[in-house]
Ligand binder design. Structure first.
Ligand code: ADP
Length: 274
């Protein structure tokens, strides 16, 4: 299947600060099939602490499946995924790997925050409650502590004047900003954004991208962003990963990917956005 024009480009050398650091997320030979449809094909992927990676590629290429595997919403057919040194689906007991139990899955999930295309806010809770409920229920914070934290996050996404509002009374862009605050309030090590603006009216896209850019600029969390917004990817990411047909075809720094794509497939893909 690999012809000269269809080769897999070698990844660029990691940044110097990454050489001493362990990846926070590590996919190794990860494959995923749905029936006969092999959606991911032995994917190796590392995400480093503080690194922002944008994942681009045609629809159906497996990007969302990559994200859903990290969130343990799907299980790999083969291969392993580690978060902060712990495997998602196995845990170590006395030096041996055994299948993960619910408690283990719950713990590793706690390291990851996710924002989907659709906001999934709780319709019957006001905004403050939407953001403070998980810190109370999952992290065991007091109501006061959780609300304090929630207010800080809602301020960060520009929603502190809507604490008492209900989701139905907010625009899609506002709801998505609340969804981002709700993920951040858990202080995850990794934030995952899966096409966070693709369900929004065009005029609301900018405000959500701006919030994500601000979070990215703080540079504390590792971020994986699946996006069709190429200029946004270029602005915000340290590294771009191009997916096609279940494989990473090419990856590198944004300027290299967008100005000097190496593979025909990436060149073809980028033409659609010219
Ligand atoms: P992308 O995010 O790049 O658009 P996806 O990961 O959503 O790609 O989908 C890749 C392929 O996997 C598609 O062919 C899709 O139909 C298939 N797929 C995804 N989820 C499921 C599922 N739960 N059951 C069956 N097929 C699925």
């Amino acid at each position: 299947e690999m012809t000269e024009n269809n080769h897999v480009a070698v990844a660029e050398a990691p940044q110097s600060n990454q050489e001493q650091t362990e990846p926070i997320v590590r996919y190794r030979k990860v494959s995923k099939s749905f029936g006969d449809n092999q959606v991911l094909k032995e994917v190796d992927f590392d995400l480093y602490p503080g690194e922002r990676v944008a994942v681009i590629g045609p629809s159906g290429s497996g990007k969302t499946t990559m994200a859903r595997l990290l969130m343990t919403l799907e299980k790999p057919t083969s291969g392993t995924i580690e978060v902060d040194g712990r495997q998602l689906w196995h845990k170590e007991v006395k030096g041996k790997l055994v299948p993960a139990d619910e408690k283990h899955l719950h713990e590793v999930r706690g390291d990851i925050g996710m924002v989907f295309q659709h906001f999934h806010l709780f319709p019957h809770m006001n905004i403050l409650k939407n953001v403070s409920v998980a810190p109370i229920k999952v992290l065991g914070l007091s109501k006061e502590e959780a609300e304090e934290r929630a207010k800080t996050m809602l301020d960060k996404v520009g929603m502190s004047d809507k604490l008492e509002a209900y989701p139905a009374n907010l625009s899609g862009g506002q709801q998505q900003r609340v969804a981002i605050a709700r993920a951040l309030v858990m202080r995850p090590k990794v934030m995952l954004f899966d096409e966070p603006t693709s369900a929004l009216d065009p005029e609301l896209v900018g405000e959500v991208l701006d919030v994500i850019k601000e979070i990215a600029a703080e540079g504390e969390m590792a971020m994986m962003l699946i996006t069709h917004e190429m200029s946004f990817a270029r602005d915000v990411a340290d590294r771009i990963v191009f997916f096609d047909e279940g494989r990473i075809i090419e990856q590198g720094r944004p300027e290299q990917i967008f100005t000097a794509p190496k593979t025909d497939r990436l060149q073809e893909f980028l033409k659609r956005f010219e």
